[in-house]
Design a protein around this ligand. Structure first.
Ligand SMILES: Cc1cc2nc3c(=O)[nH]c(=O)nc-3n(C[C@H](O)[C@H](O)[C@H](O)COP(=O)(O)OP(=O)(O)OC[C@H]3O[C@@H](n4cnc5c(N)ncnc54)[C@H](O)[C@@H]3O)c2cc1C
Ligand code: SF4
Ligand code: SF4
Length: 438
């Protein structure tokens, strides 16, 4: 790949603007290195900006994430590109030559003042992806109230081209002629922080294959519990009724050889207990049951958190859930082999069921970045004990759940380690620091 005079030169390119990527970026920028964060979504913040509270302290998640987003966004040494992806990357004699594809927002970012007037006049209503498909957003929209940047974009696939947003915009920021742009970047090092996705359930018939409306994923429950969620209360999707009986099914898409995911996803026991505790607070009359094989509460303060949940009256049922079906009112029916009852198979009916889904890597670098992945496609870290964030390619480091399932604290610690290793790598190669990022 040849370099042209428009090439942007940065010290480190951080791929992914979740909590792991942001922490790595800030730690590197504080060392006076110039950082470019490339985030594929319309806002930075990753999964954490959508969580309700965090285990085991029950701190408000967005109250921790938004200051980190602001710190990165306002740091003199950090530039953030959202709605952007890596197209191509290769290692040359002077760092990594990378092509970053900026997708069109159809709104000029520097001109948008975030007034939302375009959103207010847009007649098109669509399911809100930030609210896991609940609530509604417009075709002209700002992703959510904590988003960075607070810049609108147009969902061109669902726009009916009525022109109302263009007329309403006070700064003439909306331009339907915008196209994708490819930006050449040269970076001394790269940190991969592309995070995770939930184990997909759409083809798993025994758990309803996403066809049962009241069997939901845990990220949707995070939004339903969040004070600033889509409805401000927990309602079940089929009929908007407040549920009286809620169940969690553990190890869904983790520790399950039949689904090709034999490993433990490390966070599901704790997020289920967290959500159950929060539900006990917001719906004190509801029964909350957790069906589990064994509870893995391994981190600092986790066992106390688990014992507190039991003391609050939350029910823990040891048994393997075989399948979930529903009755005529869409009440989920769990078929479970209860260990305490000598392995008897029983059917329990609930109003709402949450599948405690496991973690898979969100992105596979194959074909784009020259690093290898492990059996389950998490980025390979061959010398974990000596170089805990070094990948198979010198100069490329990995942090957070892109390298394997982990919680927020471990992600932040790993991001700090990736920043330290990336900066040491630049020193060792005699890299001449960039002065480019504003
Ligand atoms: C339901 C649920 C509840 C949880 N609750 C807690 C809790 O209470 N406490 C706790 O400690 N942990 C909790 N976790 C775990 C927590 O979400 C993760 O530990 C944390 O979000 C990991 O951060 P990350 O930066 O590695 O990944 P992510 O948050 O996934 O961020 C990755 C970012 O990279 C971007 N990205 C992906 N691919 C690309 C690409 N190709 N190019 C550019 N950008 C890309 C994504 O859009 C995203 O913004 C919970 C998890 C779940 C599922
Ligand atoms: S042109 Fe498209 S985005 Fe703008 S208001 Fe009309 S439907 Fe909404
Ligand atoms: S695009 Fe225009 S109308 Fe929409 S938020 Fe930005 S400045 Fe306001």
């Amino acid at each position: 790949m040849s370099e042209n005079h428009n090439t942007k030169v940065v010290d480190v390119l951080v791929l992914g603007g979740g909590i792991g990527g942001l922490q790595a970026a800030v730690d590197l920028a504080d060392r006076d290195l110039k950082i470019l964060v490339v985030e594929q979504d319309t806002s930075i913040g990753g999964k954490m900006i959508g969580l309700s509270k965090v285990f085991p302290t029950l701190d408000c998640s967005s109250c921790i994430t938004t200051p980190k987003m602001a710190e990165a966004a306002h740091h003199d040494n950090i530039e953030i590109m959202t709605y952007a992806e890596l197209d191509q990357a290769e290692k040359g004699p002077s760092g990594f030559q990378v092509k970053v594809r900026q997708k069109p927002r159809y709104v000029v970012e520097k001109d948008c003042i975030g007034c939302r007037l375009c959103e207010y006049v847009c007649p098109v209503q669509l399911p809100d992806a930030f609210e896991s498909g609940q609530g509604a957003r417009r075709a002209a929209y700002i992703p959510h109230s904590n988003a960075y940047p607070q810049c609108a974009l147009i969902d061109i696939d669902n726009c009916i081209f009525c022109g109302r947003c263009i007329k309403a915009c006070p700064t003439d920021a909306i331009h339907f002629s915008q196209g994708p742009e490819v930006i050449d970047v040269r970076a001394g090092a790269i940190v991969i922080a592309t995070g995770y996705k939930l184990t997909p359930m759409d083809s798993v018939k025994r758990y309803g294959a996403e066809k049962l409306p009241n069997v939901i994923n845990p990220l949707l429950m995070e939004r339903l519990i969040a004070p600033h969620g889509p409805y401000g209360k927990v309602l079940r999707p089929s009929d908007g009724r407040i549920p009286d009986s809620i169940a969690y099914v553990q190890c869904v898409g983790s520790r399950d050889i039949s689904m090709g995911v034999p490993y433990c996803s490390r966070v599901c026991c704790m997020y289920a207990i967290k959500q159950a505790i929060l539900l006990a607070g917001s719906l004190p009359l509801a029964d909350v049951t957790i069906y589990y094989m064994d509870v893995r509460a391994f981190g600092k303060g986790f066992e106390t958190f688990y014992q507190d949940a039991k003391a609050m009256g939350l029910q823990f049922v040891c048994g393997k859930v075989a399948s979930i079906s529903e009755d005529d009112d869409h009440n989920p029916i769990i078929r479970v082999e209860r260990k305490e009852e000598g392995g008897e198979v029983v059917e329990d009916k609930h109003d709402l069921v949450v599948l405690s889904q496991g973690m898979l890597p969100a992105w596979n670098p194959k074909g784009i970045l020259p690093v290898t992945t492990e059996t389950y496609d998490f980025v390979d870290v061959p010398k974990k004990k000596r170089e805990p964030t070094a990948t198979t390619m010198a100069g490329i480091f990995v942090a957070g759940t892109a390298a394997g399932p982990k919680d927020i604290v471990d992600t932040i610690v790993e991001a700090g380690a990736a920043a330290a290793q990336a900066s040491a790598y630049l020193n060792s190669t005699g890299w001449i620091q960039s002065t480019e990022v504003s």
